[in-house]
Design a protein around this ligand. Structure first.
Ligand SMILES: CC(C)(COP(=O)(O)OP(=O)(O)OC[C@H]1O[C@@H](n2cnc3c(N)ncnc32)[C@H](O)[C@@H]1OP(=O)(O)O)[C@@H](O)C(=O)NCCC(=O)NCCS
Length: 148
């Protein structure tokens, strides 16, 4: 169970572990320091468990960089992180969440996301670097409503 969540920025103690874990999973790191994004470290009683973040673009929220620590997967941590990020996005005014993933589509489907047509995504989402440059065309775009 996640016991502590902290906002992190480049240069923080936990930042190198975040980058290392993303690289190990083949997830983009080039744009982590781009403005407007928020990233968090998630801890449980045994220590560092996961990272994740988002950017809010008006009523659209883009979740990214959700990564559970080595040896910590399939124990419910990713589900807690996804739920926390969605609640936080909603709290910041987002009405809809989006994400791109190559390998975790089934995981996010279990968290209420549906696969979406890239061409039908709002312009704000289509303009993100993740969308335009960093996520392979094979990445699946997914979305879910945060209201209700
Ligand atoms: C995708 C990812 C975030 C999921 O995190 P996770 O902590 O493994 O996810 P959960 O444990 O919540 O759920 C995953 C599985 O464990 C199962 N599970 C959930 N709670 C469980 C528990 N308490 N005990 C055992 N299994 C559990 C779920 O049913 C699910 O089953 P599955 O094997 O059919 O997928 C993680 O695998 C990861 O870091 N992947 C690499 C990075 C990535 O692709 N990120 C997404 C891009 S943004």
């Amino acid at each position: 169970m996640i016991t502590e969540v902290r906002h992190i920025v480049p240069g923080d103690r936990d930042w190198p572990a975040f980058v290392t874990m993303l690289e190990a999973e083949g997830l983009p790191t080039e744009d982590l320091a781009d403005p407007g994004q928020s990233f968090f470290v998630f801890q449980d009683v045994t220590g560092l468990a996961a990272f994740g973040g988002f950017v809010v673009l008006g009523e659209e929220g883009m979740i990214r960089s959700v990564v559970v620590g080595p040896g910590r997967k399939a124990a419910g941590i990713g589900s807690e992180v996804a739920a926390w990020l969605m609640a936080r996005l909603k709290g910041e005014g987002a009405k809809r969440a989006w994400l791109l993933t190559t390998r975790a589509a089934n995981f996010f489907e279990r968290h209420g996301f549906d696969r979406a047509d890239r061409a039908k995504a709002p312009l704000s989402i289509r303009r993100t670097r993740e969308f335009t440059e960093l996520c392979a065309d094979t990445a699946v775009l997914m979305t879910r409503n945060l209201e209700g």
